[in-house]
Design a binder for this molecule. Structure first.
Ligand code: CP
Length: 320
């Protein structure tokens, strides 16, 4: 993986297509384990995974904790809101405390870009970036790619529209890199104010018109409208956004019959996606959630596994 090959996963940027494919292939093994009556193997017995969340989360945190438990790792959970950060303790001291308790791997979410990288520089433990500000959310991109691969066989040649607040989205940044590396054609659809100013060099097409794009795509990937952006004056009003970019039933009928509808969650029903569209048979939003556990099992195993050649030896342990 990027930076030091077996220590941490901090971004999609810097990874190779081969590394992405390796993780996706290994995930099939953990997906199978997840469907067993007792979805648990002893692969990471004796190892400790700590989740350090300085920002709220439902999916990422629960899926990492579930993944760690399915691999028989011990877990430790740190939440900024109920910690000694409120007494003035620094992040660095917090990391040293958690490492002193024996954590082998830290899953880190923080509102500031680059925090996971900084923590990685301070610790001997492995670090996984679970979202750093507007920068990257690499494990989301991997679970998204895995979900598309499961439904479509491959991302090669798929035309994928990512719709919404690209400017502030770490998911969009990681997805663009992963999807394009895996052979997809990516279209960013957003009002000009929600696109990054320096988009040159991104491997993408740009559109301001969702209605024109819908009939041409294989995947419609919607992003959450972040309410705080309305206060910044980047969207005139929610109503105007919904009118131009909300995926309602009428718009969804313009998508090809075999198109997929994705969303990283949490969704704002009635804003970027109508409730009936979230329940459309083409919606794979809950598959994304479920696949999040399998992909995170694969990543934990790759970072904390015994150093065997995992792709040749997928013997991750018998049922317990
Ligand atoms: N997709 C995602 O990161 O969701 P959470 O904020 O619930 O973790």
């Amino acid at each position: 993986m990027n930076q030091s090959p077996s220590k941490s996963l901090l971004s999609i940027e810097g990874m190779t297509k081969h590394e992405l494919e390796e993780i996706l292939e290994l995930t099939d093994t953990f997906d199978e384990i997840g469907r067993r009556p007792i979805p648990k193997v002893p692969a990471l017995r004796g190892r400790t995974v700590a989740t350090l969340f300085f920002e709220d989360s439902t999916r990422t945190r629960l899926s990492f904790e579930t993944a760690a438990r399915r691999l028989s790792a011990d877990t430790m959970s740190f939440s900024a809101g109920s910690s000694s950060l409120s007494k003035g303790e620094s992040i660095r001291d917090t990391v040293e405390v958690i490492e002193a308790y024996g954590a082998d791997l830290l899953v880190v979410r923080h509102p500031a870009a680059g925090t996971a990288q900084r923590i990685d520089n301070w610790t001997n433990a492995s670090v996984i970036n679970a979202g750093d500000g507007c920068h990257e959310h690499p494990t989301q991109a991997l679970l998204d790619a895995y979900t598309l691969r499961k439904h479509k066989g491959s991302l090669e040649g798929l035309r994928i529209a990512i719709v919404g607040d690209i400017l502030h989205s770490r998911v969009a940044r990681s997805d663009v890199l992963a999807f394009s590396m895996l052979g997809a054609e990516v279209v960013l659809v957003a009002p000009p104010t929600l696109l990054p100013p320096s988009i040159e060099g991104w491997p993408v097409e740009i559109s301001y018109n969702l209605d024109e794009i819908l009939p041409t795509i294989d995947v419609c990937y919607l992003l959450r409208v972040q309410n705080e952006r309305i206060n910044e004056g980047l969207i005139p009003s929610v109503r105007e956004y919904v009118t131009d970019y909300g995926l309602n039933v009428k718009r969804a009928s313009a998508l090809p019959k075999d198109a997929l509808i994705c969303h990283p969650g949490p969704t704002n029903r009635g804003i970027e996606i109508e409730a009936a569209v979230a329940a459309d048979p083409r919606s794979v939003i809950l598959d994304q959630v479920a696949n999040g556990v399998s992909i995170r099992m694969a990543i934990l195993f790759l970072l904390l596994g015994s150093g065997r050649n995992l792709m040749e030896d997928a013997d991750v342990g018998a049922d317990q």
